[in-house]
Ligand binder design. Structure first.
Ligand code: C2O
Ligand code: CU
Length: 477
């Protein structure tokens, strides 16, 4: 029924409701008056929603508070977030606050930092928001299925002095594998997905719906926060007729710059903040295309200008540079150096690996649903043995080696890292990330100060690769 690895069907995009999409922002919740703590409750539960839209059945999803994506959690840098999560799903869950430097016990990794939240029970997360930026939350238990059924939401931390824009909008990009009746295909964790590019879907949504269009007013300036919440799909967005500027990567400010080749590339779990000036005339219409996979280009939606007179005659003349977050600068000369090599997958040369302390052939691994390794070890979801320990407070360089034929978005928990080299060449922007999209055979060096004690996951954010063993733990002690 579904075509693996295909572009989302043009047909399903065309049948989407034609209504203009107004600001995607969801209403802000009241802030707690005292002590800068924002209290929220999130209920993870099944829901039935019109993902595909008019003329199609609704889809049974798993949701936070009945919506997909989950409610926008928005607060200000320096505030404290206290979230009670109630699990009404048919299986245990947790929440991971992706990209947020939380204390280890709040990191949401079952078997490592907490017990999974059993159905019918709650767990309360509480932590300070040290950094401003665009983050997101999602389960970290049976992630392929739980994220693939719709569980994720945006977490926005506003700067104390944000850049001036007319609108601040989040686009959560989702990728679903739907059957013809719009139900979610339940072939989670199949070995084909594990061994190839992961669970690529056939239906791409923006904020939980197939979108025909996004309304713009001539002259306005948008801050567009892109979040890739897909299990496996990499996006390469082209904004025809526009000149978006990247101002933050994974929530961390960078010098404003145009994307390479005018294409905004976003691996799973990555976020990119753009400044988008609506420089065309009232009534104009432009396409936003996704051109990442060659030969599988499709139109994500149209930017549709209203007929109102322009808000201003020329683009807003205001600075776009955000103030840096308080991240400790790694001392490269004094840094510990560790290597992390990734291998496995189809078209790889891996013959076997260590699984739970035992050497297994590739065939035996695959019978257990495993096909990837970090430093020769394939981790099951419950493995917690650290690859290595970094001294607390030490600077560290990780030399990452992608010895596979596939792309991998590599995510480190608890820390942000500077990307200092790629394939041996120093990076121009030395960007801070929490998830690095590595191309096949690519090498990269990243550096950070190990200032957050605990056991932290490092894993591929193609959730089927993670489940297939591409996951490990780094101890900071
Ligand atoms: Cu976004 Cu370990 O996860
Ligand atoms: Cu991967």
């Amino acid at each position: 029924v579904t075509s693996l690895g295909s572009a989302p069907s043009r047909r399903s995009v065309m049948i989407a409701g034609a209504g203009l999409m107004l600001a995607a922002a969801m209403p802000r919740r009241a802030r707690a008056a005292s002590a800068g703590t924002v209290e929220r409750r999130l209920v993870a539960a099944p829901a039935r929603l019109p993902l595909v839209g008019r003329g199609h059945p609704d889809t049974d999803v798993w949701s936070y508070d009945g919506s997909v994506p989950g409610p926008e959690v928005r607060l200000r840098q320096g505030e404290r977030l206290k979230v009670t999560v109630e699990n009404r799903l048919p299986q245990p869950t947790t929440i991971h606050w992706h990209g947020v430097r939380v204390p280890n016990a709040m990191d949401g990794v079952p078997y490592l930092t907490q017990k999974a939240i059993e159905p019918g029970t709650t767990f309360t997360y509480e932590f300070d928001l040290l950094d401003a930026g665009t983050f997101w939350y999602h389960p970290h238990h049976q992630s392929s299925e739980q994220v693939g059924r719709g569980l994720s939401g945006p977490l926005i931390v506003e700067e104390r002095d944000p850049v001036a824009v007319d609108r601040d909008v989040v686009w959560m990009l989702g990728d679903w594998r739907l059957n013809r009746d719009a139900s979610i295909s339940d072939d989670f964790g199949n070995l084909h997905d594990v061994m190839h590019a992961g669970r690529l879907g056939n239906t791409v949504t923006v904020n939980g719906r197939i979108r025909e269009s996004f309304a713009l007013r001539a002259g306005e300036r948008l801050r567009l926060r892109l979040v890739n919440a897909a299990n496996a799909r990499i996006f390469g967005l082209v904004f025809e007729g526009h000149d978006p500027q990247i101002i933050a990567l994974d929530g961390q400010p960078v010098d404003p710059h145009a994307p390479d080749g005018n294409r905004v590339v976003l691996g799973p779990a990555q976020r990119i903040d753009l400044i988008l000036d609506a420089t065309a005339k009232p009534g104009a219409r432009f396409r936003v295309l996704d051109t990442f996979y060659e030969g599988l280009e499709y139109r994500l939606l149209d930017l549709v200008y209203g007929s109102e007179p322009p808000l201003r005659d020329r683009p807003l003349d205001a600075p776009m540079r955000l103030r840096d977050n308080p991240l400790a600068e790694p001392d490269l000369a004094a840094a510990e150096r560790h290597e992390v090599a990734f291998s496995g997958g189809m078209m790889g040369s891996m013959s076997g690996a260590i699984v739970d302390g035992e050497r297994l052939s590739m065939a035996a691994m695959m019978r257990r649903g495993l096909g990837w390794t970090l430093n020769g070890v394939a981790a099951g979801e419950h493995s917690s043995k650290a690859l290595f320990t970094i001294g607390r407070g030490r600077s560290c360089v990780l030399a990452l080696a992608n010895d596979t034929a596939w792309h991998h978005p590599i995510h480190l928990h608890g820390h942000n890292f500077r990307v200092i080299s790629r394939d041996g060449r120093p990076t121009r922007r030395r960007e801070w990330l929490d998830t690095l999209l590595m191309a096949p055979r690519e090498r990269a060096e990243v550096a950070f100060v190990a200032d957050n004690p605990g056991d932290w996951m490092i894993h591929c954010h193609v959730l089927e690769h993670q489940a297939g063993g591409m996951s490990g733990v780094i101890r900071v002690a």
